[in-house]
Design a protein around this ligand. Structure first.
Ligand SMILES: [Mg+2]
Length: 252
């Protein structure tokens, strides 16, 4: 994103009357850490978010794949709206509400497979959330982690289809959840509730592409992909610092 586009974006934001800002968390607002619990928000980020939330006619929504208690621990002290677990849980006006029905019975089929993979791939680990299971290989030796992740995806394929699940091949993670969960669906539900005349969505990973795709049909929406790689987003920013700098400019 060059300066000209940045100025244009700021102008669109300023001139709009009803604005929605959708922000992914990991890799977008904070850098990745070896363990997810170590990816804590910086003072600078908290300050910028607080200013942005306080702007009139601006709804700020964090949209993350993290478990809801987890993201709440990191940002819950701010009066901020949060979508967690790819849309399964939503916090609005301080109250968490479940957005889907899923008793998680499918987990019994997937967990043994993930456990076996964790045993053969040192330093990988499983994270269990209410509505999803994630296998992390960020801390594994990189070649071994990658090849195990390919094997895992191959092994899971049949079970996934059988139980109407989907698999996300993310940044050093493989995540399994029900098919009805997607950041795209979550954003669609949100956008349909209100006539926003400006929407800005920022994210770095494959799950964010679902919201970029949905928003690509909305003339009032801008989308930003953080980092390298193919994307359906309109623009790109190099890293977390550039995202925070953009948000800081919007918050002024
Ligand atoms: Mg992310």
């Amino acid at each position: 994103m060059n300066n000209l586009i940045k100025e244009e974006l700021k102008k669109k934001y300023r001139n709009a009357t009803d604005k929605l800002i959708l922000l992914d968390y990991d890799g977008t607002l904070v850098d990745f850490a070896p363990l997810p619990e170590k990816a804590i928000p910086t003072e600078k980020l908290l300050d910028v978010l607080a200013k942005l939330i306080a702007k009139p006619q601006t709804k700020v929504m964090i949209i993350s794949g993290r478990g809801y208690q987890d993201i709440d621990r990191l940002l819950g002290h701010l009066p901020i709206n949060i979508i967690a677990e790819h849309g399964a849980m939503m916090k609005e006006n301080g109250v968490w509400k479940k957005q889907i029905i899923d008793n998680g019975s499918w987990k019994n089929k997937i967990l043994p497979i993930l456990n076996r993979m964790t045993l053969t791939c040192p330093n990988s680990f499983i994270e269990e959330k209410h509505f999803s299971l994630t296998w992390h290989y960020r801390n594994a030796e990189s070649e071994s982690g990658y090849s195990h992740s390919r094997a895992l995806i191959y092994i899971l394929e049949t079970t996934i289809n059988e139980y109407s699940l989907k698999m996300l091949d993310g940044n050093k993670v493989v995540e399994i959840m029900t098919k009805e969960l997607s950041k795209g669906i979550a954003v669609k539900n949100l956008v349909e509730q209100n006539k926003y005349d400006y929407i800005l969505a920022i994210g770095d990973d494959k799950t964010d592409e679902e919201m970029f795709e949905y928003l690509s049909h909305n003339a009032n929406a801008d989308s930003v992909k953080v980092g390298e790689g193919n994307t359906l987003a309109k623009y790109k920013l190099d890293n977390v610092n550039k995202v925070i700098s953009l948000l800081e400019q919007l918050s002024q």
